[in-house]
Ligand binder design. Structure first.
Ligand SMILES: [Zn+2]
Ligand SMILES: [Zn+2]
Length: 536
C-alpha cells in the first residue's frame, strides 16, 4: 500500500493523503492549500489525477480538508465522497461559499488585467456549478459503523471532537493475505470545547497519521475564554467602539455566540451593544448546528433541554446582504461584529478591520489559528501596520488572542489522544503542522513513549506494509520545493536600477512637474524596499 502526501506536510493547509491499496486509488481529505502565491499554486497540481480516483473519504468540513473537492468534480472525478451527515450538510454550504469566493476573486483579477491592458486573466479554480457537482457525490456514514468503499478496505469514523461532524478514520486494509490498520486522526479537537463532544481515540492501529498543529504548546488560559471575551467587550464598550471578531463561519461563530450567551446570562453583555453576525454562511451553518443537536456535548444538550438555545441573544442581528454589511460601518456606538474569514485573508471581515483597526478603543479578538502569511498572523504577531485593500493602516485597536476557542488539541491533549494507541510496533507519522510544532511534538512523543515519529514531507511517498514496519520513503524534494531563483530576481532589479541611474541626467533637464511625478514614483519604490527590508 502506498500513501503520498499532497498537502498538510510541514504546513497546515491542503490536507490530502493519496492512497493506493487493493488495486484502488483514493484519498483521505482533499483540502485547499492556503497561504502565499507559491503555496496556492499547489491547488493546480497535476498530481491529483481526479479521473483516476475511485473514492474520497473526508474527515471534516473545513476547507483545508475539503476545498478541492469541486476541482476534483470539475476535472472528472465522479466516485463517491464519504463523510458524516453533519459534515455533508456543512460541506454543501461551505463548498458553494468557497466557489463563490473563487469566482469573485477571478472577476476582480479579470478587471485588474483589463485595466492594465493585459489579456488571459487567471480563471476561477472552480465555480458554484462545480461545487454542486461535488455535493451530488456525497454518501453519508455514521460514526462507529464499519463500511466498505471497496473490497478489502473497511472504514470506521470516530468522533474527533473538532467541529460538528468531524471524524478520525480507521481503515483496515486487507492486501496479499495481510491486514494493515491505519488511522488518520483528522483534526483533533479540545476536550473542553463548548459545543462538540470530546475527541475519542480509535482502537489499535499499525500506522497513525496524526495532526500536530499545536504540537509545540498548550493553550494558555483556555478556561478563561469567556472572561477574556468579556474583557474585550468591556474595554471597547466603555470607549464607544466596536469589537471585531474574525471567525470562521462554521463552529467558531457558533462557539462565540454560545460564549456571548453565557456572558449575557452573567449580565456582562451590555444591552446597548448589538451583536452582528456578518456572514451569510454563518447564518446557514448555525441552522445546521440546530438540526444536529444530538452531536452536542452534554452541557450544550442540558441548556437545550432547559429550553435555552445557546445560539440566541437578545440583541443579535444577522446581516445577509452587502448593503446590510456596509451599514454596520455607519452604525455609531459600541457593537460586536463577528465576521469571516477567520484569518482576515478574505471576506467581509477585512472591511470591518479597515474601518476599525486604526481606532484606539476598538478591539480585534482572534479566536482561531492564524496561518503563516495571512494578515491575521501579522496582526497577532504585533505588526504596527497592516495593508488592507492596498492601503497601509496603523494598528491602534487593542488586539486580543483568546486560546480557549481553538478547535485543536494543545500539545498535552495530543499526547493524551495518542497514548492508548502506543503499542510496541506502532508507527506515528506527523502531518498538519508547521515544522517547529512538529519537531517539538516528535521529541515529546519520543521522551514520553519511546518511539520516534516520522515527519511527512510534501509529495513524499511512503510504502507501508504489515504491522508497524518502517515505511520505505521516497522524497520528491525538487518537485515539492522548487528552488527560489534569487539570482534571477536580484540581477533583474540590479539591471533596471542601472538603467534608471543612466537616465537620471536626462531627467534632470525635464520640466519641474514631470520631475516631481517621477520623484513620487521613486519614493514609493523606496518605501516598498524599506518595508521589504523590515521583513528580512
Ligand atoms: Zn479543521
Ligand atoms: Zn485542518
Amino acid at each position: 500500500m502506498k500513501v503520498q502526501f499532497l498537502g498538510a506536510a510541514q504546513t497546515v493547509t491542503g490536507s490530502c493523503y493519496m492512497m493506493e491499496a487493493c488495486g484502488k486509488r483514493f484519498c483521505v481529505d482533499c483540502g485547499m492549500h492556503q497561504g502565499n502565491k507559491a503555496i496556492e499554486e499547489r491547488n493546480q497540481s497535476e498530481l491529483y489525477r481526479p479521473g483516476d480516483i475511485d473514492f474520497i473519504l473526508v474527515t471534516h468540513a473545513h476547507i483545508d480538508h475539503s476545498g478541492l473537492l469541486p476541482r476534483m468534480a470539475k476535472q472528472g472525478f465522479a466516485g463517491p465522497i464519504y463523510c458524516t451527515k453533519a459534515t455533508c450538510e456543512l460541506l454543501e454550504l461551505m463548498l458553494q461559499d468557497s466557489a463563490h469566493i473563487q469566482e469573485m476573486e477571478a472577476t476582480w483579477e479579470a478587471k485588474k488585467f483589463q485595466r492594465r491592458g493585459l489579456s488571459n486573466p487567471p480563471v476561477a479554480l472552480y465555480t458554484v456549478e462545480d461545487a454542486l457537482k461535488a455535493s451530488s457525490l456525497f454518501h453519508t456514514v455514521d460514526y462507529h459503523t464499519v463500511f466498505e468503499p471497496a473490497p478489502g478496505i473497511s472504514v470506521t469514523y470516530y468522533d474527533a471532537g473538532h467541529i460538528l461532524g468531524s471524524g478520525s478514520l480507521r481503515l483496515q486494509i486487507r492486501e496479499n493475505g495481510k491486514t494493515t490498520t491505519v488511522i488518520f486522526s483528522g483534526d483533533i479537537g479540545r476536550p473542553q470545547s463548548l459545543i462538540v463532544r470530546n475527541p475519542e481515540t480509535p482502537p489499535q492501529a499499525d500506522y497513525i497519521f496524526m495532526e500536530s498543529t499545536y504540537g509545540d504548546r498548550d493553550h494558555k488560559d483556555e478556561h478563561r475564554s469567556v472572561e477574556e471575551l468579556g474583557e474585550a467587550i468591556a474595554y471597547s464598550h466603555s470607549r464607544g467602539e466596536k469589537v471585531i471578531i474574525p471567525a470562521f463561519a462554521v463552529e467558531r461563530t457558533q462557539e462565540i455566540l454560545y460564549c456571548l450567551h453565557l456572558l449575557a446570562r452573567q449580565g456582562k453583555l451590555p444591552e446597548d451593544m448589538p451583536v452582528f453576525v456578518d456572514s451569510p454562511l454563518a447564518i446557514r451553518a448555525t441552522e445546521v448546528f440546530e438540526r444536529n443537536q444530538e452531536l452536542f456535548d452534554s452541557e450544550a444538550r442540558r441548556l437545550l433541554a432547559e429550553g435555552d438555545n445557546p445560539f440566541e441573544l437578545p440583541n443579535l442581528r444577522y446581516t445577509l446582504s452587502k448593503e446590510e454589511s456596509q451599514a454596520i460601518n455607519d452604525y455609531t456606538g459600541p457593537a460586536i461584529v463577528i465576521s469571516a474569514s477567520g484569518m482576515c485573508n478574505a471576506g467581509r471581515v477585512r472591511h470591518h478591520l479597515r474601518h476599525n483597526i486604526w481606532k484606539p478603543g476598538a478591539s480585534i479578538v482572534f479566536v482561531g489559528y492564524q496561518g503563516v502569511g495571512t494578515p491575521g498572523r501579522k496582526i497577532v504577531e504585533k505588526a504596527k501596520k497592516i495593508t488592507l485593500f492596498g492601503e497601509d493602516m496603523e494598528i491602534a485597536a487593542r488586539i486580543y488572542t483568546i486560546n480557549g476557542f481553538s478547535g485543536h488539541a494543545g500539545q498535552s491533549q495530543l499526547l493524551d489522544w495518542l497514548e492508548p494507541l502506543l503499542a510496541s510496533n506502532v508507527r506515528v507519522i506527523l502531518t498538519h503542522g508547521e515544522s517547529n510544532a512538529q519537531k517539538t511534538l516528535a521529541n515529546r512523543i519520543l521522551q514520553r513513549f519511546g518511539t520516534s515519529p516520522h515527519i511527512a514531507a510534501y509529495l513524499e511517498e511512503l510504502e507501508i506494509e504489515g504491522q508497524g514496519r518502517d515505511a520505505a520513503a521516497v522524497l520528491h524534494e525538487a518537485q515539492a520545493h522548487p528552488r527560489v531563483n534569487w539570482e534571477f530576481l536580484t540581477d533583474e532589479v540590479d539591471r533596471k536600477w542601472g538603467m534608471f541611474k543612466g537616465r537620471l541626467s536626462d531627467v534632470q533637464q525635464r520640466p519641474w512637474v514631470e520631475q516631481t511625478d517621477l520623484q513620487d514614483a521613486l519614493e514609493k519604490l523606496d518605501y516598498a524596499l524599506t518595508r521589504l527590508l523590515s521583513r528580512m
